[in-house]
Design a protein around this ligand. Structure first.
Ligand code: AMP
Ligand code: MN
Ligand code: MN
Ligand code: MN
Length: 283
């Protein structure tokens, strides 16, 4: 199964229906849609799932938050996409994302790159427009050879075009996910920015009391040692385990649905445990 994917509603390249069809074709037991800061793909995702009896489709979202000037991504699983408090928070985050995108385009133009906000809106398939769309445009225009190069040379935190965006605190994301009936999972806790076990423990001491339900231990970019470290701290803090590829279609070359870079494997037991916690009924 795969509990972390992105569609054209944010920075992926497949539609929600295409993700469901691919998941069904490769024989996954469960797949979750977790677009950045939007649930606009969820209705289509669930509709497509209704015609795949062997596949569980999980409505989700991935919310970027700020913890002590570090970005923490909280994935909400089993959320009600129509929930009003959740949608209000996501709308606020997207408004700040749009402001960041305006600044980013201005900064890139100042650096000599020909890109406009109209092109960005045209290239994007949905309402939550992320930096991978910017990278795609700059590659298409011949400034760079691949999206990763745009991040490495330009869009990263230390890059010349970097623009901060205003993010909510983790507790606001957790509360909104809970209001929508979902489970709050800390996504890829060891991914990027030299994060280690002591960072995880420091975050969890603060965030577990706020209601965090689980952590992603199985993740495309994790080594077996990193997965082990996440499983250890999850046990220490009494957290559930989740896992997924962070599939972005062609926007993240080499990362496949369900299998990541080839080694990823998230078992059905992981999913059954999450569903059990969610419903309170053993499956
Ligand atoms: P945004 O949400 O607009 O700030 O863009 C963040 C997205 O860009 C992430 O969800 C990834 O898909 C992608 N991303 C962030 N950092 C990198 C990086 N260093 N290399 C490649 N992709 C990245
Ligand atoms: Mn992304
Ligand atoms: Mn993330
Ligand atoms: Mn993601």
């Amino acid at each position: 199964m795969d509990l972390h994917t992105h569609s054209v509603a944010s920075d992926g390249t497949l539609t929600p229906t295409e993700i469901v069809e691919l998941a069904d074709k490769i024989g996954l037991a469960a797949v979750a849609l977790a677009d950045h800061d939007t649930v606009s793909g969820v209705a289509e995702f669930l509709k497509a799932g209704a015609s795949c009896p062997g596949l569980e489709v999980v409505p989700g979202v991935e919310i970027s938050t700020d913890f002590d000037h570090k970005e923490l991504h909280i994935v909400g699983l089993f959320v009600d996409g129509d929930n009003i408090p959740l949608n209000e928070l996501l709308r606020e985050i997207r408004s700040n994302r749009n402001k960041r995108n305006d600044q980013l385009v201005e900064k890139l133009r100042g650096l000599g790159f020909g890109i406009t906000i109209e092109e960005l809106l045209e290239e994007a398939g949905g309402e939550s427009i992320g930096r991978p769309i910017v990278a795609k445009i700059l590659v298409r225009k011949g400034y760079f050879s691949e999206p990763q190069e745009v991040f490495d040379k330009c869009l990263n935190r230390n890059g010349p075009a970097y623009c901060k965006r205003i993010l909510p605190s983790p507790v606001r994301a957790i509360d909104a996910i809970h209001a929508a009936g979902g489970l709050a999972i800390w996504a890829h806790p060891l991914h990027r920015g030299g994060r280690d076990r002591s960072f995880m423990r420091r975050v969890l001491k603060a965030v577990v009391p706020l209601g965090l339900d689980g952590v992603e231990a199985y993740y495309t970019q994790f080594t077996p040692e990193q997965t082990r470290a996440v499983l250890d701290v999850a046990a220490e803090f009494g957290l559930a385990i989740s896992g997924g590829s962070d599939f972005h279609g062609a926007n993240q070359a080499g990362v496949e649905l369900g299998s990541g870079r080839g080694e990823l494997e998230v078992t059905v037991e992981v999913f059954d445990n999450l569903r059990e916690i969610r419903t309170g009924i053993p499956s």
